[in-house]
Ligand binder design. Structure first.
Ligand SMILES: [Zn+2]
Ligand SMILES: [Zn+2]
Length: 191
């Protein structure tokens, strides 16, 4: 009876080391590209989290969807397997480009154009953007947010530049605001 316990312990040791070796080998087996099965230069798909090698992976540029602040977290990542890129990323890119095109065409009226916009609805909450590089970026980002919210115009638009001190240097950043609205006739409003 006395000699039973050391034996039992060594059996336990043998069993646990065997099972962890088994676990390790099954992990190694899983670590292959989900497409080509090669195990070199593996990355992880931001959507399905499967391994995908550098050659098979598709990449999303870091600032490609920048103006879409509220995008899903995976669209802030850069590595995707081709099936996830086709089903999740590509449709988002296409929609983004269409919305960006609409944003470029959106009618913008500044806060000194009250005469032209006096009959337009001002019941929506103003859209605000900040920390942008220049005036054009402020206008485009405001327009893009208005498109996302389903509007075709912005009124009472203001663009303000601010000086910023950054490690001894002074830089200029821009912010802006505008009220999204629905223009009854785009052609008329644009003239
Ligand atoms: Zn591969
Ligand atoms: Zn994937």
């Amino acid at each position: 009876m006395v000699s039973f316990w050391p034996l039992y312990d060594s059996y336990r040791w043998w069993y646990s080391s065997r099972s962890s070796a088994h676990k390790r080998s099954s992990i190694r087996y899983m670590e292959a590209c989900s497409l080509c099965q090669k195990s070199k230069s593996l990355l992880t798909c931001a959507c399905c989290e499967q391994s995908v090698c550098k050659n098979c992976a598709l990449f999303l540029e870091q600032d490609r969807l920048n103006f879409w602040d509220q995008r899903p977290v995976y669209l802030k990542a850069s590595v995707f397997c081709p099936p996830c890129f086709d089903s999740k990323v590509q449709p988002s890119l296409e929609r983004y480009d269409l919305q960006m095109k609409e944003a470029h065409q959106l009618s913008i009226f500044f806060d000194n154009q009250g005469k032209e916009t006096r009959f337009l609805s001002r019941k929506e909450k103003p859209i605000e953007v900040k920390d942008l590089a220049d005036r054009e970026e402020v206008l485009l980002k405001l327009a893009f947010q208005a498109v996302l919210a389903g509007f075709n115009g912005l009124i009472d638009v203001q663009v303000i530049s601010e000086k910023r001190r950054n490690a001894g240097y002074q830089t200029q950043v821009y912010r802006g605001s505008g009220i999204p609205t629905m223009l009854p006739d785009r052609k008329l409003a644009k003239s």
